[in-house]
Write a protein of this length. Structure first.
Lengths: 333, 333
């Protein structure tokens, strides 16, 4: 009988999910609103809604199959415990909540879903780890035992695979490479510290860089007509492709910061390849070329010209669902 | 029947080796000169000498046992290939050597020894990785699945364990944390680059720091009477214990550099503990206190107050032999 897994991608706005086989083929997909359940007290109703919708989805395909499990990618997810712990943008406290102990925002999602699915295996991990496992099962990291995944979105996520296994770390939260400090007393980061890699290398990071460069350089630029709040990374990438000097320099600088940081982390895990995934990585040569150059320029001699810098093989609108479903196949290996 | 392994520690001056059981008890030990065999052409004679001496050692114990294998710790060792590759201080080219292709300095040590020991299992890895596995098998990391070992000697070595396994990386050379760049355009490093962690955090690093501080500060200090070539880390540690302001500041600064670097690398592998091993770590509070303080001060919130900073449990004169022998027990697990 065919074997399928459900992959679930929990975002702040929507939760998307789909039925996926071991080859990464998607048989059915659906979506519910996450935003409809903004507060701690809404969490049980969210779980109810998600489970009902997943059951409807699982009955929507016309052939018999075995459901192998449910894999979930979500912010602040703890693989070991199956929890989502104090996520910034999910199930927040209300202004009027008297009890605001952080423990109330540790959500036992895996357990809560498994209960409604007769004990089906439910695994959760953060979005970047899910993308990493997706790359290993369906993507360009097939057969690789040691690689690094860098996901470039609003922030910078990462996943590390060594000896063929995901590094979750002792507490289940490993792979926060976006929070390596690359510039002492550098840019303010959402984490409360300064100079984290993701304040330079991410969609938000390159926008901050573009604004810094507009102050520093005199070159004319289309970007000068756009307010900070209106600018996004794709505009910078479009401008760079048209030869805009500031946009081009913003990409070069972003690649420099990423390349240097990658040269450093290569000394720790010595990967076969590093994959770039997500928004900024779609800028292609604009981001790959300077990253590669600065990575090699700063590489310790033993690692020089050994580590491949590659685009992810699971790009596309369903990447997050695929990545989450891959948790199940990775576990049954 | 009792099971024993031979642990071999190859240094630039001597090669020490011993017979060790699974509990880390040493039954016999011996040593040969490495220095006697300085050149590429001397390598076969070195292997001969080492094998003869190991055979003599293995016959020197009075009870019957099974020899489970030979574990070797050596600079530039490649675990995957069983080789020692272009080591700086071993089996060098002569001035008069016409053929200086680097390939001639890739030594297939594991194979060459196994041949003389009837195919006994021979494993090699670098000194820091050997110490790491020693910590896991005999020391304070027993039962830990995720930890980091930092070895503080002339340089800074490291070993990373995740999911209960040593991270060797794709090419077998992972764990070169001493060469993470912590100061752009910083101190010159033996690797040819600048600002590597080990130029600050190591016996040599703290000496460089002490000299920088003698230039920067006006405080009187015993260290001002000692030439650069004569100063060693133990003198700085003795001075610090007597309240010498420059020596104390040198330790604080060393701890700051190490603590910051550890806070960064914790984001990658999220270890349960970090162990400090070797020379500088014996300075105790002098190095542990500032390292711990700066590590926590710079830690990403999710990892704060979670990671233990601990002294190695396999210190002492036989630590390197024990570490190397542990390779065999780790492999038969």
């Amino acid at each position: 009988m065919k074997k399928l897994a459900i992959g679930v991608d929990i975002g702040g706005i929507n939760t998307a999910f789909g039925l996926v086989d071991e080859n990464g083929d998607l048989y059915a997909e659906s979506v519910i609103s996450t935003k409809k359940y903004p507060y701690v007290d809404d969490y049980p109703a969210y779980v109810e809604d998600l489970c009902d919708s997943m059951k409807a989805l699982s009955q929507s395909v016309s052939f018999d199959y075995e459901l192998m499990g449910i894999g979930i990618g979500a912010p602040n997810a703890n693989y070991h415990k199956g929890t989502i712990e104090t996520p910034a943008n999910l199930w927040r406290f209300k202004e009027t909540d008297a009890d605001r102990t952080p423990e109330r925002r540790i959500f036992h999602l895996a357990e809560d879903i498994a209960r409604r699915f007769d004990g089906t295996k439910v695994l959760v991990t953060n979005d970047a780890n899910a993308a990493t496992i997706g790359e290993m099962i369906y993507g360009n990291a097939k057969g690789m035992k040691d690689f690094i995944m860098i996901t470039l979105g609003t922030g910078l996520g990462s996943g590390f695979v060594s000896n063929g296994e995901m590094i979750y770390g002792h507490d289940g939260f490993a792979g926060e490479f976006g929070h390596v400090i690359v510039e002492r007393n550098g840019r303010e980061c959402g984490c409360g510290r300064r100079g984290c890699l993701e304040t330079y290398v991410s969609a938000t990071g390159i926008k901050r860089t573009a604004f810094e460069l507009m102050a520093k350089m005199n070159a004319p630029s289309k970007l000068r007509d756009i307010a900070f709040s209106d600018l996004d990374a794709s505009m910078i990438s479009a401008a760079a492709e048209q030869g805009d000097a500031i946009a081009k320099e913003a990409f070069r600088f972003t690649g420099e910061m990423l390349g240097r940081a990658l040269a450093d982390v290569v000394t720790v895990t010595s990967p076969e390849a590093i994959f770039l995934f997500g928004g900024l990585s779609k800028a292609g040569k604009l981001i790959f070329e300077p990253t590669q150059w600065y990575m090699e320029e700063n590489m310790l001699f033993v690692f020089k010209n050994k580590v491949k810098l590659l685009p992810s093989g699971i790009q596309g609108k369903n990447a997050a669902i695929l990545g989450a479903s891959a948790l199940i196949w990775q576990d049954t290996k």
